[in-house]
Ligand binder design. Structure first.
Ligand code: VAH
Length: 321
């Protein structure tokens, strides 16, 4: 009987991936954990308990007591927040992964999932259709921690047989959580401003292309990877993954098709330099070849779905839609 532990379940990815895991394994088989007890209310469909992933003993006790078989380790400090507190971001992102990998080896866990990011690429990486294998010189703490984490994942697979799997997510966009500390989170916030009939103040230039993905596609890719036969997962650092690429101007135009009066202004801040260090588009052909990856959503499809569903999740003061 599988028992799934989700670390950082209250985050943008965790809040949706945990539901998908409960749908697959049954709510009783999924333990959602988060540092904040306030996250509990979002998990009435599975088990919940608070957990500080930096507390090695508490993590080990939980894994042993619950006979956990799989860990989804989603807790991390994202790119923009990480630049404000570099050493804390490195400590949390790196040490927590090593605790999980060591535990997987020691307790012989079935599978581990750990998200990487296109943030592992840097200014010297080929910008267009970025290949699976290429130069990676990330210049953010978040990107450095993800690049190092990928090396550790491959090391624990090669040296200790730990079945750890990973995806280099593009910017993820969903309507079930508020914008967080990510550089790509402008593309979440813009929808909230659109349904509230407020002018959107974009912290990136209008022509800043970035690889992005609608959350349902990210969930599908994660479960496709984790459910693939072990021998199909030939890349044990992390797979490139792509959904769509767009600029702030293009997502604004996509929304205007539904909200004709929507307005925007562009005031680039420190996050522009982070965005400029990342690719414009990603080659995910290895994910398609190895385990059959195929995205479902494009920009207009995502916009239609978000504008239909967002108001019921985060009702704005003066709903326009
Ligand atoms: C961030 N949303 O902006 C994350 C993501 C590709 C970016 O990893 O930090």
């Amino acid at each position: 009987m599988e028992k799934i532990l989700v670390i950082g379940a209250g985050g943008q990815l965790g809040s949706e991936l945990t539901q998908a895991l409960a749908n697959q394994f049954g709510g009783e088989q999924v333990i959602a954990t988060d540092l904040r007890d306030s996250a509990r209310s979002a998990f009435d469909f599975c088990r919940f308990q608070t957990l500080d992933v930096m507390n090695k003993e508490a993590l080990r006790d939980l894994v042993k007591e619950e006979k956990v078989t799989q860990i989804y380790h989603l807790a991390a400090v994202l790119s923009a927040t990480g630049e404000k507190n570099p050493l804390f971001a490195w400590h949390l992102n790196m040490d927590s992964l090593l605790y999980v990998l060591e535990l997987a080896k020691e307790q012989k866990l079935d599978k581990i999932y750990w998200p990487s990011s296109i943030a592992v690429f840097g200014p010297n990486t080929p910008k267009f259709n970025t290949p699976q294998f290429c130069v990676k010189e990330p210049n953010t703490v978040y990107g450095i921690s993800k690049q190092a984490g990928e090396r550790w994942c491959e090391y624990y697979f090669e040296k200790h047989g730990v079945d750890v799997r990973s995806l280099r997510y593009p910017g993820l966009i969903g309507y079930k959580s508020l914008p967080g500390g990510g550089t790509t989170d402008y593309a979440v916030d813009i929808y909230h401003k659109a349904i509230a009939n407020e002018k959107f103040n974009c912290f990136l230039r209008e022509d800043s292309y970035l690889p992005m993905m609608y959350m349902p596609d990210a969930i599908k890719a994660t479960l496709d990877l984790m459910n693939a036969p072990r021998e199909s997962v030939k890349i044990r650092s992390s797979y490139n993954l792509a959904g769509m690429s767009f600029s702030p101007k293009e997502i604004f135009e996509s929304i205007k098709k539904h909200v004709p009066d929507f307005q925007i202004e562009f005031n680039p801040d420190f996050r522009q330099a982070i965005a400029d260090s990342w690719p414009d588009s990603i080659d995910d052909s290895r994910a398609r070849e190895d385990w059959g990856w195929q995205p479902d959503y494009d920009l207009d499809g995502m916009t239609t779905d978000i504008l239909k569903n967002l108001p019921s999740y985060f009702p704005p003061k003066n709903t326009l839609i």
